[in-house]
Design a binder for this molecule. Structure first.
Ligand SMILES: [Fe+2]
Length: 578
């Protein structure tokens, strides 16, 4: 019997849905935030009513049964919740005797557990309801399966990797009973190394969350990026270092906290350095820098221990901590691993793909071989909406067809800032040339211009380069391929003055490697820009304004275009000008 596998990332943040074919191909993957245009879709189930059945009708085979694969094993989660029983959390939060920083931490944990429990109660129920009322699907078997949270992270990373043998580290905020897990991946099989549900609440992800809050940012809004951006302006602070380095201990393949009394004292000292919102951000650059330093040290120590198992020279890194592109870029130089793979969606959204592929592999003894997985798995722009723009909007539009990359490159060379939308949306947080805002990297002023008039965000936020693979070694020290903009590397001193628009304060850039076979039109655009300027890279930032997800529809894109300083917008070969 044929089966389609629907992966549901049902964490209370970054929910997502993925659909995998009977042959193991990922047909579709998208975070709910895109369709809803609600950043990170906090507290929202992935099987959005109406939307999920629309996707099933579009991508599933009417002759196939359906497997719903969820990204939390509900029994373990209930066990975690039961551990809280007997602890008077509400009373401790309400008590004046509890220090403020402890109250904040408890409130955060309570919010996490309560939100997660409500999501666990009904993974896929809305979709099952929709299927039951459908003429096509009501007679099909619908089976629900539940997978360990960390294993779905591992699956997304391992199955998308080019490796047939790898070690995999999952480092997360919190998943089931711990924040970390290690696996050995061999020819489609993912096996735990050691005990997976270790008795530890230590978490490198939650450490970064704490730093994010200490800097005055909001981690639930996904502002951890800002810590990374700010870190480049700071320097080592010995006092902060001694506090933070003592908060997490690496012990073989475990993370541990110090004794509770010591941890409380350290947290108190850190909380005393918390930014008051009226204080200038830049004063906290040293905190961000030192925290990033501690994060990378802990990460490298853990990864060196993992390599010590001797099972592979290839590393797959997954979980929320794998979104730290700055640390990712330093792994090959600072650990014995020879190769690194980080999926385009290593966070919880990616687990939709992980769960669906685990379900597929459970049913198929000979899984499809490892290969590069395209990140272009999301929705397209609706042709009908584009036709309406052409026919009714009265806007200045031009059908450019195959000439679009050349025309776009020409505009960039003239200093214009353009929106570039084509084909299917990227899966994961990065715009990789299909939902992007592009600019000429040769101007130093372009950063300020885009932050002030297009993205409306802080002046310290950096911009990333998309570079033709052939020129990677010419521009970056210790160049590594970075297909998903997942790692940050250092620009060579000899080229940094050529492209100041994409060189961050510490001479780094979070690059996207572009190859023709991965994205031919985007490759052509950058090649055309190179022919005009002798520069093989462009500035690429995601097509959104601060606080909003990447645009999902033609209507979303036009709203950004007309409420920002963008000069032109290309959507699937149609150019719209102001
Ligand atoms: Fe996770």
């Amino acid at each position: 019997m044929k089966r389609n596998y629907i992966g549901l990332a049902n964490s209370f943040h970054d929910s997502a849905i993925a659909i995998v074919s009977n042959d193991g191909e990922v047909l579709f993957a998208e975070a709910s935030e895109r369709y809803l245009q609600n950043k990170r879709s906090i507290g929202i189930a992935p099987d959005l009513y109406m939307r999920a059945i629309e996707l099933v009708n579009q991508y599933c085979d009417p002759d196939a049964d359906i497997v719903l694969a969820s990204t939390w094993s509900s029994e373990l989660m209930r066990e975690a919740l039961s551990q809280l029983k007997g602890v008077d959390v509400d009373g401790m939060i309400a008590s004046d005797m509890t220090p403020t920083f402890i109250r904040r931490q408890l409130s955060g944990q309570q919010f996490f557990f309560k939100s997660q429990l409500s999501m666990l109660k009904q993974p896929g129920h809305l979709l099952e309801y929709s299927l039951a009322y459908s003429d096509t699907w009501s007679k099909k078997n619908v089976e629900s399966r539940y997978y360990h949270h960390h294993k779905t992270h591992a699956a997304a990373g391992c199955y998308s990797s080019p490796f047939d043998n790898a070690l995999c580290a999952v480092l997360d905020g919190m998943g089931e009973l711990s924040s970390f897990a290690c696996y050995h991946y061999v020819d489609g099989t993912i096996t735990e190394i050691g005990e997976i549900n270790k008795d530890s609440r230590a978490s490198l992800g939650l450490f970064y969350t704490t730093i994010c809050e200490t800097c005055g940012f909001d981690p639930l809004s996904g502002e951890e990026w800002k810590v990374m951006g700010l870190a480049s302006y700071g320097k080592h602070d010995p006092e902060l270092y001694s506090i933070m380095r003592a908060m997490i201990i690496v012990d073989d393949l475990m993370l541990k906290n110090p004794e509770q009394e010591e941890l409380t004292a350290l947290s108190g000292r850190l909380f005393a350095r918390r930014r008051k919102l009226e204080e200038p951000l830049i004063q906290y650059a040293d905190l961000a820098y030192t925290a990033q330093q501690v994060f990378t040290e802990v990460l490298f120590e853990f990864l060196c221990n993992l390599h010590g198992t001797g099972l592979s020279e290839n590393l797959v890194l997954s979980g929320g901590c794998a979104l730290n592109s700055s640390a990712n870029g330093k792994i090959i130089e600072n650990t014995p691993f020879e190769n690194l793979h980080v999926y385009s969606a290593p966070g919880d959204d990616g687990n939709a793909v992980g769960a669906a592929l685990l379900a597929f592999n459970q049913d198929n003894k000979n899984p499809s071989p490892a290969r590069f997985m395209s990140p272009y798995l999301g929705s397209t722009m609706k042709q009908k909406s584009l036709d309406n723009v052409l026919q009714f909007s009265g806007l200045k539009t031009t059908r450019c067809g195959d000439e679009a990359p050349k025309l776009a490159a020409n505009m960039l060379q003239q200093g214009k800032i353009i929106g570039w939308i084509q084909g299917r949306a990227e899966f994961g947080p990065r715009a990789l040339g299909n939902r992007s805002i592009l600019a000429d990297p040769r101007s130093a002023d372009v950063k300020e211009k885009i932050n002030a008039s297009v993205k409306f965000r802080e002046e310290f936020r950096p911009f990333a380069p998309s570079i033709l693979h052939e020129y990677g070694s010419e521009y970056f020290e210790h160049y590594q391929e970075s297909p998903y903009m997942e790692r940050t590397l250092t620009f060579k001193e000899s080229v940094m003055n050529k492209v100041p628009g994409v060189v961050h304060e510490d001479r780094t850039g979070r690059l996207q490697t572009v190859k023709h076979e991965w994205n031919p039109k985007y490759y052509d655009l950058i090649s055309s820009f190179y022919q005009l300027t002798n520069i093989p890279l462009v500035l690429n930032t995601s097509f959104n304004v601060m606080g909003k997800p990447i645009s999902h529809s033609v209507e979303d894109a036009l709203a950004v275009f007309f409420t920002s300083g963008l000069d032109a917008l290309f959507i699937d070969g149609i150019m719209i000008e102001k």
